[in-house]
Design a protein around this ligand. Structure first.
Ligand code: HEM
Length: 389
């Protein structure tokens, strides 16, 4: 094993740690010590290899296996429907049943409602003091409202729902606070599912139950959709806005040609690749990657962040280039577990950026980027984004 410690903390906000980048050119399938985790980890850093690992189910996502690197986060109460934590055949069955809810066409129909939520948040920003935290004012409430409505959370419960999911996704929360928030959300979703079993509504959970999902599966799915779609999108919104304000030439490009917005969103997703931990897997047999045999039972980490900076695929990878139009990035993962909610995330990002450009022409950072507090573990993002407008 290499003696280099593999630290999963992101220390450089704009890109993968230098150590991972070196591996990409010198040792693309590297067995490393995993700092503080008491186990080795195979770090996979090249784009093609990352895609190969993520598209092969023999690199297992089944977190109920005690050897799985994400087993600690395994939660038996909700795991039933958590497709992110399972392998076929259950994965294919449950994902197949819910996929139709997230097609481009279905998601496009959410646009007017997303625009309304964003407009109301901006109205509130304009009505109050012209200074505040964008995470609290917009970046976190938007994905929370959208998921809540998709799941059929009644409006009057939104506050409870948002408060608890904010605690769940806050890396600074104590373990006790997170456990309490997890239990509260799980119990809430269970109550929602039970109500839908009695009286079906026009929401995803009701349709899943009608399509044959068990109660546990519906609870697990509701829980996963909430968690997977919430903090990730919020982080991407605040990082995208931060970048446009910090690099005004990029903002100007969007002002000059709003039609490039979808490409800009794609490029920002590639550039930040916030959900790195999505690439953790367990090798279930001896498996070959890039000519190296990874033994059965090994922890494997397909580093999507480094893959998205692979110069053989993305020339000048450290430059934000809106004209790149790269939809082949792996910021949403790759293969069978590729993000189910990616169309929702793209739409939310597009609407937020468009509305901010149109309605908040004086938006500016009130502290330099070097003083912002970034999340280092798990999903990359910002704790807060202090702005004036
Ligand atoms: C899976 C990223 C937003 C729901 C994933 C994976 C990644 C990812 C990398 C793959 C994990 C793996 O391979 O183990 C992101 C990013 C987002 C985002 C960067 C925002 C910018 C959303 C939203 C939703 C969502 C808005 C729901 C509405 C899911 C679900 C899975 C998933 C259900 C599991 C899919 C499966 O295992 O088959 N996401 N996600 N995500 N995401 Fe997202």
């Amino acid at each position: 094993m290499l003696k280099t410690d593999f630290d999963d903390a992101r220390t450089e906000p704009y890109g993968p740690p230098e150590q991972h980048r070196e591996l990409q050119s010198t040792n693309p399938v590297a067995l490393l010590d995993w700092a503080g985790r008491g186990r080795g980890v195979w770090a996979i850093t090249k784009y093609d290899d990352v895609r190969a690992v993520l598209s092969d189910f023999r690199f297992s996502s089944d977190r109920s296996k005690p050897d799985h690197p994400a087993h600690a986060a395994y939660s038996p109460g909700t795991i039933q429907g958590q497709i992110i934590a399972m392998d076929p055949p259950r994965h294919s069955l449950i994902r197949g049943r819910v996929m139709g809810e997230f097609t481009v066409k279905k998601v496009a129909a959410l646009r007017p409602r997303i625009e309304q939520i964003v407009d109301e948040a901006i109205d509130a920003m304009l009505a109050g003091p012209h200074e505040g935290d964008l995470v609290e004012a917009l970046a976190l409430p938007l994905p929370s409202m959208v998921i809540g409505e998709l799941l059929g959370v009644p409006y009057e419960d939104h506050h409870f729902f948002q408060t608890n999911s904010a605690i769940y996704t806050d890396q600074r929360a104590t373990p006790e606070e997170r456990t309490a928030a997890t239990a509260a959300i799980r119990e809430y979703i269970a109550t929602l599912v039970d109500a839908r079993l009695d009286t079906p509504g026009v929401d995803i959970l009701s349709r899943q139950l009608a399509a044959g999902a068990t109660r546990d599966e519906a609870i697990g799915l509701g829980f996963l959709l909430l968690i997977a779609g919430h903090e990730t999108t919020s982080n991407m919104i605040s990082l995208a806005v931060m970048t446009l304000l910090d690099q005004p030439e990029l903002l100007q490009q969007l002002r000059d040609d709003p039609a490039i917005l979808p490409k800009a969103v794609e490029e920002l997703l590639r550039y930040f690749t916030i959900a790195e931990v999505g690439g953790l897997r367990l090798a279930t047999e001896d498996l070959d990657v890039h000519g190296v045999t990874i033994p059965a039972g090994s922890t494997v980490w397909a580093l999507t962040n480094t893959a998205n900076r692979d110069p053989e695929v993305f020339p000048e990878p450290d430059r934000i280039d809106f004209s790149r139009g790269a939809r082949n990035h792996v910021a949403f993962g790759f293969g069978p577990h590729q993000c189910l909610g990616q169309n929702v995330a793209r739409l939310e990002l597009e609407v937020v950026l468009q509305r901010i450009i149109d309605r908040l022409p004086n938006l500016r950072l009130t502290v330099p980027v070097s003083q912002l507090r970034f999340k280092e573990h798990g999903n990359f993002g910002l704790y807060e984004l202090p702005l004036a407008w």
